[in-house]
Design a protein around this ligand. Structure first.
Ligand code: SF4
Ligand code: SF4
Ligand code: SF4
Length: 426
């Protein structure tokens, strides 16, 4: 994909300011920077976002709830235009009104919460009384039946309380994601003192597996660590990790409208309020053409999926986007870990139906085909054929495309997995 005019996933950083000062925060480096924007042109950015038709938008900050009154109508407009929304906050400012708004709009709620231990929590957040504030917020969310995900971002400072924090999440009846702090650009000396190493990562993976078994907790990693950081296929399968779509099917809009591949990065590629989006996306090509991939990864068979881990953190470590991430372990190569995905084989008569809620959107060089928050990109010819043939058999598609049977089987499995197609039982 050389140009996408409608990448499906978007982060909108609505404010850089925050009521916390977490030692791991990537915003930390610009805390005293004049670029901090407290009140952006929310309405103008909202119109630009709606024009880009994202299927999913994550609202982030800073602390987005500091500007809740301003962003509330914007979020409503974006949802009404067909986008699903999540809001990530530190959970200290949630009110009855906010919880009611989340519930009414089916907003995915993420709370960044480092530790159930009050002393540790305040120390990580650079604030006071955080645990009791978050507990109060969770009680409010519960009254409105809002299910939150607790994101536990770890450094050595809060790692010792991880197990207790996971137990608290279980008691609250919520789900957890474990984030491993990524080194911020201009990381403070304090952060460096508490940065995690590869041994810590191994411990985190084991605790994650333990929490799944002993607590029956829905918990995985929220960060995109390299595949070779896992020491065994067993661990790789047991623990899901985040995936990086920065600069490919995802991008980020900052407080002033600046567009980045990822909100944690410092490099901007244009401004959504002023520049042509196709040109902005083209300028992000280094994220798609291998320009950010570590040299050590070039011969690795996993590079297309792993992409060498987080490229922003790599830059913070080596002042070079192609730096190998800390947790990558080349001793584990070659990495052939596989999550077993069941491939369904079809007969000539197997019938497929395009799901009712599927949306076809013409992009610059292809079609974006989406179902809810799942989106795939199909060639123009294939997408048009699907629009004209909402129900078809395997043999009909085979003769229409002249494609290889095995290749078509994989594509149809992928479309079924993304809820684009329904396989009819014969
Ligand atoms: S709560 Fe989030 S935005 Fe605020 S300082 Fe902590 S990490 Fe940064
Ligand atoms: S060598 Fe690079 S691409 Fe391969 S698994 Fe490790 S980090 Fe990922
Ligand atoms: S660049 Fe790093 S922080 Fe940004 S989405 Fe990718 S993995 Fe996540």
């Amino acid at each position: 994909m050389n140009v996408l005019l409608y990448p499906p996933y978007l982060q909108w950083e609505v404010i850089s300011d925050c009521n916390h000062k977490c030692i791991h925060c990537y915003n930390y480096w610009r805390a005293d920077n004049l670029d901090v924007v407290r009140h952006s042109d929310f309405d103008a950015i909202t119109e630009k976002i709606i024009a880009r038709k994202p299927v999913y938008m994550a609202v982030t900050g800073g602390e987005p709830l500091l500007v809740f009154d301003e962003i509330k109508p914007c979020i409503e407009k974006i949802i009404n235009a067909g986008t699903r929304v999540s809001v990530s906050s530190n959970g200290t400012l949630i009110t009855e009104e906010i919880a009611e708004f989340y519930a009414r709009n089916n907003i995915d709620t993420v709370i960044s919460f480092p530790s159930i231990n009050p002393e540790i929590c305040d120390s990580v957040c650079g604030s006071s009384g955080v645990v009791s504030k978050v507990k109060k917020s969770i009680a409010i969310l519960k009254r409105h039946n809002v299910k939150a995900t607790i994101n536990i971002v770890l450094t050595k400072l809060n790692l010792p309380s991880l197990w207790e924090t996971l137990k608290a999440v279980k008691e609250w009846g919520l789900t957890a994601r474990i984030g491993i702090a990524q080194r911020p650009i201009n990381a403070s000396d304090e952060y460096m003192r508490y940065e995690l190493n590869r041994e810590d990562f191994r411990h985190i993976v084991r605790e994650c597996i333990r929490a799944k078994h002993e607590l029956m907790l829905d918990v995985d990693l929220s960060v995109c660590v390299p595949d070779c950081a896992f020491d065994s296929e067993e661990e790789y399968i047991a623990v899901e990790k985040g995936e990086c779509y920065a600069g490919t099917i995802a991008y980020s809009i900052g407080t002033d409208g600046s567009v980045k591949a990822c909100q944690c990065d410092i490099k901007t590629y244009g401004n959504i309020l002023r520049d042509d989006f196709g040109e902005i996306y083209s300028r992000m090509s280094e994220w798609r053409n291998g320009g950010t991939i570590p040299r050590e990864c070039e011969s690795c068979g996993r590079v297309d999926i792993c992409r060498g881990g987080c490229r922003v953190e790599a830059f913070a470590r080596g002042n070079d986007r192609r730096t190998l991430p800390e947790f990558a372990n080349l001793d584990n190569l070659p990495v052939n870990y596989r999550r077993t995905e069941k491939i369904v084989n079809f007969t000539d008569d197997t019938t497929f139906t395009v799901s009712n809620n599927v949306k076809f959107l013409k992009d610059a060089e292809c079609y974006r085909v989406s179902s809810g928050i799942l989106a795939v990109h199909l060639t123009n010819d294939f997408a048009k054929w699907l629009m004209d043939n909402l129900s078809f058999t395997f043999s009909e598609l085979l003769s229409a495309t002249g494609a290889d049977k095995e290749e078509l089987t994989l594509i149809l499995n992928m479309l079924a997995k993304n809820n684009i197609l329904i396989i009819q039982e014969n």
